[in-house]
Design a protein around this ligand. Structure first.
Ligand code: PLP
Length: 388
């Protein structure tokens, strides 16, 4: 058996004064978001998806805060993440979404973790392990209703009830996953619900789970027995065509290390991809793509253009990036902010206030999920709340 021990979050021990960026994580907002989701999930239990270090916010902080709010069931992607979650949630149900790797059954048993089984091979391996242990351990079964990624096909799912191995363990959950739940009108949502219901009808008595964050808000209310939100817990908008019902959880501030005037016709940053048409004032911020801030947020073009590029709030005012995002630095055009209001050492906001993670993602040509999960290990992390 491979020994896996709980590994403390490598981030979090950098003093704020020494860090290029400070990440603020509001655990009270996280708990409030869990309650909002619970209140929208009807009679279903509401779990929390805490994979990828709780979407960048820190498993060791997020899981206890969610537990205090009332959350009893957690989902992670990897076995190592599950072991970390177990260390801070001794009594919770913990599922591992990415399936059962060979020879890991004993680790699951040792830490009382539940694999999400997505193929007949995985089911047979778990059933065989349980037979050998003479113990009916718990697991989930994943049926793929459209992702074509993980899980039994629907026709396979419909034959599950006849599978002898199913008697060797306890199927604690039957689950599937939406392809596009954030598109409320996508006809695929209804088709997936129907396919999932067909499989579920053949396995009476087994709790079922389909909804991610956006799934909770679909008009069909596909809540079943357990909802599995992730993104919305961390402040992402689960209803992109409506206003965001969630509270922001994550804030990111960077420090200005230098200010300079750049003359007209001069460029800023690597490869000279941004050109000052007039004399511009540039603030250089001590955060870069090595911190997980995407280089695809670079501003390539001319000063004054409306560019789909990163933004910072400087003295409360929106200011566009100027030039390519560097490994450790971002350059921002602060010309429009009164000169006296911006000085060396000031902090600027990269996530927070009106700069939501959804907008930061869109400006980087990606989604807020990638922004959250990329939040770097070099930041000083400050946590607020989490006491109740
Ligand atoms: C990541 C994930 C979730 C959570 O999805 P969100 O869109 O973040 O709410 C739920 N279920 C599965 C299978 C997942 O992989």
């Amino acid at each position: 058996m491979t020994k896996i021990t709980s590994q403390a979050d490598p981030a979090g021990d950098i003093p704020e004064s020494a860090a290029g960026g400070v990440l603020h994580i509001d655990l009270d907002a996280l708990a409030a978001n869990w309650r909002i989701l619970r209140d929208n999930a009807g009679d279903a239990e509401t779990a929390a998806v805490v994979k990828a270090n709780a979407y960048g916010t820190g498993i060791e902080k997020a899981v206890p805060a969610l537990g205090k709010a009332g959350c009893r069931t957690f989902f992670v992607a990897h076995l190592g993440e599950a072991v970390r979650a177990r260390a801070v949630a001794p009594d919770a149900a913990i599922y591992v979404l990415n399936g059962l790797f060979s020879d890991t059954c004993a680790t699951y048993a040792a830490f009382d973790l539940r694999p999400v089984l997505g193929s007949f091979e995985e089911i047979e391996e778990w059933a065989g392990f349980c037979r050998a242990q003479s113990q009916k351990l718990k697991a989930a079964i994943h049926v793929d209703t459209g992702m074509n990624r993980l899980g039994l096909t629907v026709p396979q799912g419909l034959t599950l009830k006849d599978l002898a191995g199913l008697n060797d363990f306890e199927t604690a959950l039957l689950m599937s996953h939406f392809v596009s739940a954030e598109e409320s009108d996508n006809p695929l949502n209804g088709e997936q619900i129907e396919a999932f219901q067909a499989v579920r009808a053949t396995l009476p008595g087994i709790p079922a789970s389909l909804a991610n964050s956006s799934g909770i808000f679909l008009k069909d209310k596909p809540h079943f027995d357990l909802a599995r939100p992730g993104y919305a817990l961390y402040g992402g908008n689960p209803t992109p065509d409506r206003s965001n019902p969630m509270r922001p959880v994550v804030g990111l501030e960077g420090r200005i290390v230098q200010l300079r005037w750049v003359e007209a016709d001069h460029t800023v940053g690597y490869n000279g991809r941004w050109i000052a048409l007039t004399k511009r004032r540039i603030a250089t911020i001590s955060i870069g793509y090595a911190d997980g801030y995407p280089r695809s947020s670079s501003a390539r073009g001319k000063s004054g253009d409306e560019l789909l590029a990163g933004m910072a709030l400087v003295a409360g005012q929106r200011c566009s990036f100027a030039g390519n995002v560097s490994m450790d630095l971002i350059t921002v055009d602060v010309t429009d902010v009164p000169e006296a209001e911006v000085k060396r050492g000031d902090t600027v906001t990269l996530i927070g206030g009106e700069l939501t993670i959804d907008e930061v993602g869109r400006r980087a040509g990606t989604i807020g999920y990638e922004i959250l999960t990329g939040l770097g290990a070099r930041y000083a992390r400050t946590y607020r709340g989490g006491k109740s």
